[in-house]
Unconditional design. Sequence first.
Length: 306
Amino acid sequence: MTTAEPNWDLYRSFLSVLKEGSLSGAARTLALTQPTVGRHIDALEQALGLALFTRSQTGFIPTEAAYELEPYAETLAATSSALLRAASSMGRDGEQGIHGTVRITASEVVSVEVLPPLLAKLSRSHPRIHVELAVSNKLENLLRRDADIAVRMTKPEHDALIARRIGNIELGFFAHRSYLKRRGTPLKWDELANHTLIGVDSETAFTRAMRTRFNAPPHEAHQLRCDNDVVQLAAIRAGVGIGICQVALAHAHGSLVRVLPDQLSIQLDTWLAMHENLRNNPACSAVFSALAVGLSAYIESQGSLL
């Protein structure tokens, strides 16, 4: 093992090969040549004194050492991206206005259905702010700076985060008018057994808790199961059956009708969070404020649509 610190390019190639499974795939992702990526892997292995991959005809197979080092390399990658985003917002603003790159993370359905109008308005008021949107139902690590700002349905607990509660997003049962015209509208909970239900494929602690709380139909009773919230919403809009979606989204569509409103109402506590170190970052502060205002208006619209 050498005493020289391996440069970031070696770790970046390591992560890419780990994810792609081959030098050629990593080279395409990084816009480098295959020999260059290969040299990076060889140099990193030599510097660390470890075998990171087993070479085979089918590709590069990660060793146990590679998997153990992966989270540390991911932290380096997140730090590097955060540094570049922070640097992009520094310098002289003058008359050019606030500028920089801000990375937002939000769930699939919020990213697809809720954020685009808010980002359009942000773009008009701050045209020099660039937004990176990480679409994921997983909680990105703000402390590790995987993202700058997060829209979350749970309260952030860490003291190093600036958190603002936006309000409750309500969920309910909905179906398309055409489906209800074809199959009828259930008026009692047990009548759901006679309908096509849309739900999740993989059970989670949250879905199990909701099933117990509302005595909901069992997992196997759902004829269409998918873990993607956007797909579930599309299926409801297409008239496939009855499913759960946000009240505001359902009413905005116009053709969706709420089913059993008095028997199912789920409130999602919605929060906006940002690392406290970004408090004085003009671009992050501008995006945080814009999202807070826009999400608050979205949540308030639920009452006027009921």
